[in-house]
Design a protein around this ligand. Structure first.
Ligand code: GLN
Length: 261
């Protein structure tokens, strides 16, 4: 041991990110909870401690020391139950988002971010975290989807199944441009939203295993917010398998589009 090593403090200060996973028992359509496993693994592979906290119905969560909030998708019935609980946390969630808190929301969870969403004939108030709202349309939008987004190099691929049609306010950027499938409303050609450090999307599958660039967007945004820009480098990982899965799915969509043409 040299003198520099002898005097250096033991490494007990590994970076840590806390993930609040909201209502996994209700909002877990098409494997949405798998997104949390991906975030956790990709942090651990880089020596970042992942502290995952599940928030269940009846809990009163605090977002003060949380670095990533994640909400999955669900049926209309489950979405409504969650919305009633989350509306009680609206101010705290709003403060979290305004402070740059990182938040990922899929499908039903994405619809909850807005001013309101239509459930049957009923317009249900949303969390008003992002300037968007959701109507309904028929038929349901069901099928594979691929989009091109500025947040990552590869296309984002997955599966969508929603009756909702989501409309973004003029200041809100879409997550990406639809290459295959329908996205927010089947008309504009846009999918999802990006607002501050909030990412909303209709993409299930789950979203993150085949889209490692999206997973790393969440991790890098959260590290930057907590530790400061450039303080902790996000090491590249070997994504050969993840990107092979991404490519298989993307190629399948391209092939079926060719058949449709
Ligand atoms: N219940 C919502 C809809 O149908 C969301 C569904 C989902 O999360 N897949 O629009």
């Amino acid at each position: 041991m040299n003198s520099a090593e002898a005097t250096s403090a033991p490494k007990t200060d590994a970076p840590t990110l806390t993930i609040a996973h909201l209502y996994p028992e209700l909002l877990n359509l098409y494997g949405d909870s798998g997104n949390i496993l991906v975030l956790k693994k990709r942090m651990e592979w880089r020596g970042i401690t992942a502290d995952v906290r599940e928030v269940h119905v009846g809990d009163t969560p605090s977002f003060a020391d949380v670095d990533i909030v994640f909400i999955g998708g669900g049926s209309d019935r489950e979405q409504k139950i969650v919305c009633d609980f989350l509306l009680q946390q609206k101010d705290e969630l709003k403060a979290y988002v305004e402070d740059g808190g990182v938040l990922g929301a899929v499908c039903g969870g994405y619809q909850l971010l807005g001013e309101s969403y239509l459930m049957g004939e009923e317009r249900v108030p949303g969390l008003e975290l992002v300037d968007l709202y959701t109507d309904r349309g028929t038929p349901r939008i069901i099928g594979n989807i691929a989009i091109r987004s500025d947040i990552c190099e590869h296309p984002i691929v997955g599966y969508e199944n929603h009756g909702g049609r989501t409309h973004l306010g003029s200041g809100v950027k879409p997550l990406g441009e639809v290459l295959y499938g329908q996205g927010n409303d089947g008309i504009t050609g846009f999918e999802g939203c990006l607002w501050k450090n909030v990412l909303g999307t209709y993409i299930h599958g789950p979203l993150l295993p085949k889209n490692p660039g999206v997973a790393d967007w969440f991790i890098s945004r959260a590290l930057e917010r907590k530790y400061g820009k450039g303080a902790i480098a996000i090491e590249p990982l070997d994504d050969t398998k993840e990107l092979a899965a991404n490519k298989v799915m993307f190629d399948r969509m391209l092939a079926s589009r060719k058949q449709e043409d």
